[in-house]
Ligand binder design. Sequence first.
Ligand code: 5GP
Ligand code: MN
Length: 344
Amino acid sequence: MKMNALDAKIGQLKEYLSSGEKRIAVLTHTNPDGDAIGSSLAWAAVLRSMGHTVNCLVPNRYPNFLAWMPDIADVIIAKEANEKAERVVDEADIIFCLDFNRIDRLENLSTHIVNNSKAVRILIDHHLDPPLEEYALAFSDHTSCSTSYLVYRIAERLTGVEVFDREAAEALYVGIMTDTGNFSFSYLTPGLFRAVADLIEKGIDVPSINSRVYNAYSEGRMRLLGYVLLQKMQLIENNRIAYIGLQEHELRRFDFQIGDSEGFVNYPLSVTSVQMSAMFLETRKFIRISFRSKGNVDVSEFAARYFGGGGHKNASGGKSFEPMDKTIENFKKAVAEYFKEKQL
Ligand code: 5GP
Ligand code: MN
């Protein structure tokens, strides 16, 4: 987002946040990741510093590797405390939607918000193609590496970054670190590294955060990863496309916990020839799909066209309501068609 576009919106944001204390709900997406939680916690700190009453809400539980984060225990998990979550939504004057842009990504909470909430809805997000008509105000920038960095830039202009104490700085760092794949994906701008320098000046301990997030896996996850790479990864289309299908009975064998398969979809891209990777994860209701790609292959468009999803150019997701074998068959047809059409 260009500097002056951002500045113009800050004026509007200030208006929404002026005239007394507001009740505010900060919402993020289903299966919240490091950026979803990190940006929410830091944004809540900004709003509290302005004197507002703030509750953070997530549709379902965050992965264990984030459980150490300061204040995470106060985050309301709708799946486990539905009444409380609905009450917070009902009572909110303002709802901030962070790190996602379609209300339908909130699962059960979506209908409740659409049907009951009269709150002003404001978006802070870095995914493509937000439905702008759903928001009174939208800070949407798909060239931001993470929502956490967007929160940093907004706070810079709204309150000044002095509002971030060490704990909020840790939350932002977690968001930036995880969404950039530890500073290896796109949109690594000089401004981002300046912001990170500022977070470090606030006293965050980078090696320690790194270790708490990346060295926090169960034995089951490690063994599941071994199984996935050895036995489940399939290469098709001249080894340009990789996919992994995991069914519930396989997951049970490895004492699967939510979040355990996080990041698996990235591994096949380490093979030189692989341009696109897909992972199909069977859950009780549907198959959750993750897509990743290198370079020009736009998996956001692919996910939207074939699997009712979306995301970013090189990282997207979707769903399938067919059984695993049919889903993979559909996938194979879809990639053949897509790669031919785009001459990839
Ligand atoms: P992941 O594979 O990590 O679950 O998701 C990768 C990216 O795709 C994330 O940025 C996420 O927001 C987006 N994404 C995942 N699933 C969906 C979906 O069902 N719909 C949309 N619009 N985006 C998704
Ligand atoms: Mn994000």
